[in-house]
Structures are given as C-alpha cells and as structure tokens.
Design a protein around this ligand. Structure first.
Ligand SMILES: Nc1nc2c(ncn2[C@@H]2O[C@H](COP(=O)(O)OP(=O)(O)OP(=O)(O)O)[C@@H](O)[C@H]2O)c(=O)[nH]1
Ligand SMILES: [Mg+2]
Length: 323
C-alpha cells in the first residue's frame, strides 16, 4: 500500500484564510482564546492607557507580565527586547509600544509554532503524558477528530489502566469518533501500548494514540512506568514512538514549566498540548516555556467539545494575550 503523503496538520494561517469558511471558524476560535485570556489582556492593556514612554511604563509592564505567568526570565528578556525595538523605531506613544510588545512576544513564541506531521511512518505512534487532570484524554478525543478530518485512520490505546473509568472515558471518545480502541481490563499499561502499536501496524492505521494515566513528576515509580511504556512501544516498532506529547493545563502557571522540564527529562518530549485556555488561564507561561524549555506547541485547547482544539499560531496567541 502506498504511504499517504505527510499531512501538514498545522498549516500556517495565511493558507487557511484563503478559505472563507475556515477563516470564519478560525476567527470563532480566536475569539474564544481572546475571551479566555481577556483578564491577562486587560492587565497588560491597562498599562498603556494614558501612558508616557518612561521607566514607570516599563515597571508596570514588568508587573503585568509577571502576573500573566511569563516568569522572571522571559519578562526580563521581553522588556530588554522591547526597549531595543522602541529605540530603533523611535516610538513616541504608548500605542506604538504596545504594538512593538506584540511583535516581541510573537518573535519569542515563533519557535514554538511547529506542525504535527503524520504520514512519514505508518502508523505514527503518538504517546501522550501529563499530570492528573491536565486534559490528556479529552485532548486525545479532540485530536482524533482533528486527524480524522485530515483523512487519517486512528487507533486509540487505553494505557491508563489504573481506573476503569479512564478506559470508559476513552471508549466514549472512540465512539464519538467511530475509531477502534485497544483496551484491557486490569492490564499493564506497557502491554496495552505494545498490543496497540502491533495492532496499528497490522491494521495499517495511520496513527496510534496512546493515552496514559496522570502522574506527578515527583512520583518516581510512575515516571519509570512512562519510560517503560516508551521502551516497550519501541519493541513493537523500532521507529516508535514518533511523538511524545505533554499535555499541560493552561491554569497551572509557572508550574507548567517545571512539568515540561521533568517530563522532557524522563521521556524526551517532541511537543506540547496546552489546554483550558478558555477559562481563567493567563497564557503568559508560554513565554516562559519559549525562553527556558522551548518544546513546540502543537495544539491548544479552548473548551471541552470535540472541535475545541486548534493549532498554535504565535502571532494570534500574542495578540490574544494583549487583549
Ligand atoms: N474548559 C476546558 N476544559 C477542558 C479542556 N480540556 C480538558 N478539559 C476538562 O478537564 C477535565 C479533565 O480532563 P481529562 O481529559 O479527563 O484529563 P486527563 O489528563 O485525561 O485526566 P487523568 O487521566 O485523570 O489524569 C475534564 O473535565 C475535561 O472536560 C479545555 O481545553 N477547556
Ligand atoms: Mg485521562
């Protein structure tokens, strides 16, 4: 069977805009992100109201960025960068400074914008990890739909074998997406993952998505278990896993950076999914991640429904962040 052409799942925005319906959809989603990050935007925007370009402006911006979870390092970096831009452009009013800040944030976040490519391997095996309740299973459900929309066949692996409820939750998503699922009552997560990858190969699936149980980086035996899942997946397919994704809850603030570091050290992450950006998340933590542990952000989640998953776009995110 000929291998399907690699599907670029995160086509850059201009390509989407050519299609009016897609552009409208994207705008709806952008509005959701903007609404979610509005509090952050309001905080940063307030700094520019009736402001002069002086030290006080930079000091207030510093506070606003820290409050938005950008962290000390990214905040310092952004302010230095901004001062340089203001000088070079000879900006004279606060509105100009705000636009230059949007540019600075866009440039900082740009390296995180990278498409998830499938089709190079059949199946592309994607392992999904994260702390408890981050949104792994929900994101897998949404990602399945996203992939199905691209014409990819998906097999789900219920490697969260701790709770029967977890298996059932994934089953519901499988039903909603009408895809197959490999699951085992009381099974071992590595064994389920092995079976799923083997089945994925045998059945010629385009993608195998492995859902794992939530765990904290401090639970060392559970982090070891993740390593084992990864090892065993490689036994089923020497080139797999092709992607190791960490799902992070956008509300976790600076702790998200600690999670990226810890899971990256354990597993070697290839990408992130940042969820719950529709709620009270402040979003600035992506600046900290970009500065300190730049793992690409493949997708962001802006709700609990199937369609509430979107590709990450640095410019859009920067604009949403500034309100
Ligand atoms: N508002 C909002 N809620 C979300 C989003 N993603 C997930 N959730 C909700 O977050 C909760 C936890 O989601 P799960 O997908 O079960 O999280 P999980 O990481 O699989 O959890 P464990 O397997 O228990 O570790 C559920 O109530 C989801 O509906 C999102 O983008 N926005
Ligand atoms: Mg789960």
């Amino acid at each position: 069977m000929p291998a399907p052409a690699p599907a670029d799942l995160a086509a850059p925005l201009p390509a989407l805009i050519t299609d009016a319906a897609m552009a409208a959809e994207r705008k709806g989603w952008f509005d959701k992100l903007k609404t979610g990050l509005r509090k952050t935007g309001t905080g940063i925007q307030a700094v520019f109201v009736n402001a002069q370009i002086d030290d006080a402006l930079y000091e207030e911006l510093e506070s606003a960025l820290l409050m938005a979870d950008a962290g000390v390092k990214a905040t310092e970096y952004l302010l230095d960068d901004l001062r340089g831009r203001v000088k070079r452009q000879m900006a004279t009013d606060a509105a100009q400074v705000k636009r230059l800040l949007a540019d600075a944030i866009t440039d900082l976040l740009q390296p995180l914008e990278k498409p998830l490519v499938i089709g190079q391997f059949t199946p592309t095996v994607i392992m999904v990890a994260g702390v408890n309740g981050a949104g792994k299973t929900t994101s897998i459900g949404k990602l399945t739909k996203h992939l199905a929309n691209e014409g990819a066949s998906v097999l789900l692996a219920a490697a969260d074998t701790f709770r029967a409820a977890a298996r059932e939750q994934l089953l519901v998503w499988a039903d909603r997406n009408t895809v197959e699922i490999v699951s085992q009552e009381g099974g071992d997560p590595s064994a389920v993952s092995f079976d799923a990858v083997t089945a994925g190969k045998a059945r010629g699936k385009d993608v195998v998505l492995v859902d794992t149980a939530g765990r904290l980086p401090t639970q060392l035996h559970l982090m070891d278990e993740l390593r084992k899942i990864k090892r065993v997946v490689t036994k089923a397919d020497a080139t797999a896993p092709h992607e190791v994704l960490l799902v992070i809850d956008g509300n976790t603030g600076q702790n998200a950076l600690a999670q990226v570091r810890a899971f990256d050290e354990t597993l070697g992450l290839t990408g992130l999914v940042v969820t719950k950006l529709d709620g009270t998340a402040k979003g600035g933590v992506l600046c900290a991640i970009a500065r300190e542990r730049p793992v690409p952000v493949y997708f962001i989640g802006v709700g609990e429904k199937l369609e509430d998953l979107e590709t990450f776009n640095a410019r859009e995110f920067a604009l949403a962040l500034l309100g």
